[in-house]
Every structure is written in C-alpha cells, then in structure tokens.
Design a protein around this ligand. Structure first.
Ligand SMILES: [Mg+2]
Length: 381
C-alpha cells in the first residue's frame, strides 16, 4: 500500500482539512490548521506532502520523524500543525487497514466515555448565569468561560470585581458539583493574574488557563505558587520539549491541541511527559470534527486524561458547523456530559466528502480580531 494523493480543503468557519488517499483506495482525514493562518498551513502541507507520496502509510512514526526533522528549520505553529493533520490522517488510514479504532492501536481503551466541557460566553454576570444554567439543563458537568475581555496591564479594581462576579454567577448556576474552568487567554500578564487568582480561588475554579502568554512561561512558577487554583496551559505549545518548562514550573493541566502539537503521535508523548510530573491532559479543541475525533481517540487511550474541549454548536462557528461535515453526527452525541467511546475503524467518524468539497469551493478568510486599548495601543485578544 502506498500513499498516492494528498489534498487540502479550506472550509468554513475557519478550518483546513487534508485527505490522504492510498493506491488501494483507503482514505484518511486530518485537520492541519492554525486559526487565522489556514492558507499558510495549506502551503506547508503541500510541501510536506512531497515526503509522503509513494510511501507506505503504515510507517506513521517514521513519517512523523521525517516530516518533523527532515528540514533544517523545524517546529513552530505552521509546520507542527501541518505535521499534526497529516499524522491524524495516517492514523485514520492505519485504523481502517487494521480494522480497529485508533485507540485500540494505542493500547486499547482505558475508559468507556470521555468527559467534555462546553463554552459559555457573555460579558454580563446575568448572561453568564443564563448560559451556565442552559449547559446544566443540557447535561454538562463542566463549562469553560473567559476570565475577561480586554484587560489593563494592571487591572483596575472594577476589572478585578468584574472577573469575580462573572465566575461567581457561573458557580451559582452550576452548583457545587460541577466544574468551571476560567481561561485568561494570555490577556492578563503575571502581575494581574497574581492579583485576580486569589480573589476567585474561593469559587474553586476547575483550573485557570493560559494565565500568561507562552513567552512568559518563566513566570508560571510564581503563578502556581500564588494560588490554590490549578494552572493549565499549552494550546500555543507545539511539541513535547515546549511542555517541559511549564511542567517543571508546576502546571497541573496540559492542553496540547491535536491539530497544532504534532498530532496523535506527539500528544501521546506530551501526555506521558505530563504523567511524570503528576499533571493531567485536557486537549485544546475549538476546531472541527476531525480534530475532535483525534482528541477523543487519544482521550480513550490515555490514563492521565482529565477532560476534552469541544465546540459543537458554539456561537463563533459562523457559516458552518462541526457536524455539517459528517455523514452521521451520532458518534459525537452528548450523553450526560460525555461522549461515548468511538468504536468505528480509524478516527471513528465518516467525513462527508461531498460537503467538504462544496465548502472548499467557497473557502474562507477567517482572521482573529485585533484589539486595542483605549489609548489606541495593541491589546491581547
Ligand atoms: Mg484557551
């Protein structure tokens, strides 16, 4: 069996899919994308495809090594995301070739279902409360919310109060037996986070995410020691080496993205590295169905897995939805805040190829917003 064709598809709302075909008719799907840079990753996939055409798709680890290290300049979001999508597609092909779901090839399931969380939005505490209550009604056992919108470098008293009252509104709606994760999105900076975290700690957040940007990882140890709230990070880290310093600083939760951090192959290794530091895995996934399926396969086979992000039905998926690209959405059905084990071969989903080709004919040009402070200077999004 040889790989004979690799294609990419730019599909709404902001995704890129890849399709890897073999000469005996197997097709694997992957999702190689950096949100806002999809066209750039597409070019990277086209270049890396030269290394795969004519090769045996079942040599996944060998291909991962060559794709990742076969250029003198390595790593970073674009190249690591291109490798990630191709890696997902190769695992999808392997599963079909062996007649087994990917988690079986990773050693077999260590759990029967995967706990998921839903996003809640809104700026006003009453909006937060309403959305949290809606997720409770839908059976969710955990939600995630942004700590704040745009934030001053040293937050004002009013800004601190706003964060506390929003988290408090979520806690009130969720009760004491469900979890709230709070995402700082790297907007705050270390001083701001050290002021805010002790204030929200009595509300017992599940974890505080991206308290600082990845380039301030050297401040993570200070943040870990300032508050009892567990610290999470990793959606903007692209390989196991980049997770070592945050883990040594004491982060409790690592959040590699299956479409950014080298795919299934590398996220498994990141999970193992986290395990040696007593940390747990909660993969980042605001992306499409292929990335979510890859995340679930890893979750099913990884002992130190905590919870899975997903964006089904979320407000920011405008123009198209995650389930629009599946022949059958049933594998992603929510049951009591969980997704049941995916047992079909490969990634466990059937991509609607006709829908993907139609969407690619339109494409998209999604870009993340650029925010400004009141004085016109740049603000982190
Ligand atoms: Mg985040």
């Amino acid at each position: 069996m040889k790989i004979d064709r690799i294609e990419t598809f730019l599909v709404a709302p902001r995704w890129l899919f890849c399709r890897v075909q073999t000469d005996d008719g197997l097709v694997g799907w992957g999702e190689p994308v950096v949100e806002g840079r999809a066209e750039v990753v597409r070019a990277a996939v086209d270049t890396l495809a030269e290394l795969l055409i004519g090769e045996d798709p079942l040599r996944i680890e060998h291909h991962w090594q060559v794709l990742t290290k076969g250029g003198f300049y390595r790593g970073g979001p674009v190249l690591s995301s291109a490798v990630a999508g191709l890696d997902q597609a190769l695992w999808d092909i392997a599963g079909q070739a062996y007649g087994a779901p990917v988690h079986a090839l990773l050693g077999g399931p260590v759990r029967d279902r995967v706990r998921i969380y839903a996003w809640i939005g809104g700026d006003d505490p009453s909006e937060i409360g309403e959305q949290a209550a809606a997720q409770v009604a839908a059976g969710m056992t955990a939600v995630k919310m942004n700590a704040s919108g745009r934030l001053s470098p040293i937050p004002t008293s009013a800004e601190v109060d706003a964060v506390v009252s929003r988290v408090a509104a979520a806690r009130e709606a969720l009760g004491e037996h469900r979890d709230i994760a709070v995402d700082f999105h790297g907007r705050a900076g270390s001083a701001a986070v050290r002021r805010i975290l002790p204030e929200i700690a009595p509300l017992r957040p599940f974890f505080a995410e991206e308290p600082v940007l990845p380039d301030q990882a050297h401040r993570l140890h200070d943040i870990v020691t300032c508050s009892p709230v567990p610290i999470a990070t990793g959606e903007r880290l692209y390989g196991r080496a980049e997770f070592l310093a945050p883990l040594q600083a004491g982060v409790a939760v690592v959040q590699p993205d299956l479409s950014h951090a080298g795919g299934i192959s590398e996220v498994r290794r990141i999970a193992a590295l986290a395990e040696t530091h007593g940390a747990v895995l909660a993969p980042h996934c605001p992306l499409g169905p292929i990335s979510l399926a890859a995340s679930l396969q890893v979750a099913l086979a990884t002992p130190n897995f905590l919870i899975q992000e997903q964006s089904i039905g979320i407000h920011y998926n405008q123009g198209s939805e995650l389930l629009d690209y599946l022949v059958d959405p049933a594998p992603f059905a929510f049951v009591d805040g969980h997704i049941n084990r995916l047992d079909a071969p490969g990634l466990g989903i059937t991509v609607d190829e006709a829908a993907v080709r139609r969407a690619d004919a339109t494409g998209h040009a999604w870009r993340n917003p650029v925010w400004r402070h009141d004085d016109g200077s740049f603000a982190e999004w």
